[in-house]
Design a protein around this ligand. Structure first.
Ligand SMILES: Cc1cc2nc3c(=O)[nH]c(=O)nc-3n(C[C@H](O)[C@H](O)[C@H](O)COP(=O)(O)O)c2cc1C
Length: 169
């Protein structure tokens, strides 16, 4: 793995997040959990490069992200679609995701978890969290579509986090 700067991250991260998907991972190599996410973004806030992610409270990963100061975003590429499918449809409460998928965790220098399979990893430090509120939706269609009775799930917790380190292969 080599480290690059945000200026060297010359790819379309909207495409990477929405089409390739990413793993949101928190914890230490001794105890961690990961889940697939395709909602989120990369931007610039409070004069820092930031990532923002949206995690529903019922995810097992939510507790890890809540407790940890940092999390990572891992991009595995299309060759590992099977891992992303598994981690997006099974909970770490019920299975061992590393054993089931072959994901190989590695510690970053700060003790966060990244994966040998990742082509790109962003290590992020949480700056802000907020629970989405139904009353704040300006377009009710978004609320109905993604949080309506059919969905049966809670509103997301939003995390904004500083991108501290970027590792590539
Ligand atoms: C393509 C895809 C994208 C997803 N994006 C998100 C997301 O952005 N936020 C979220 O809370 N869940 C998202 N999920 C659902 C979680 O990945 C899924 O519920 C997972 O099993 C949670 O695992 P956990 O309970 O071990 O945390 C996504 C699932 C898939 C397949």
């Amino acid at each position: 793995m080599k480290e690059i700067t945000i200026a060297e991250l010359g790819e379309n991260m909207v495409t990477a997040i929405s089409k390739e998907w990413m793993l949101v991972t928190a914890g230490s190599v001794e105890s961690w959990n990961t889940m697939t996410a395709s909602w989120g973004g990369i931007g610039f806030l409070w004069n820092r490069p930031v990532a923002f992610v949206f995690v529903r409270p019922e995810r097992y990963t939510h507790g890890f992200v809540e407790c940890c100061e940092r999390f990572t975003l891992s991009f595995l590429g299309d060759a590992h679609r099977d891992i992303l499918n598994f981690c997006g449809s099974h909970s770490g409460r019920d299975c061992d995701k590393a054993a089931a998928t072959g994901l190989r965790p590695l510690a970053t220098p700060d003790g966060c978890v990244m994966f040998e399979q990742a082509r790109l990893t962003l290590q992020c430090r949480k700056l802000y969290r907020s629970e989405m509120q139904a009353a704040e939706f300006l377009d009710p269609k978004c609320l109905e579509r993604w949080y309506g009775p059919g969905e049966g799930q809670s509103l997301h917790t939003v995390y904004v986090a500083e991108i501290e380190h970027i590792y590539t292969r």
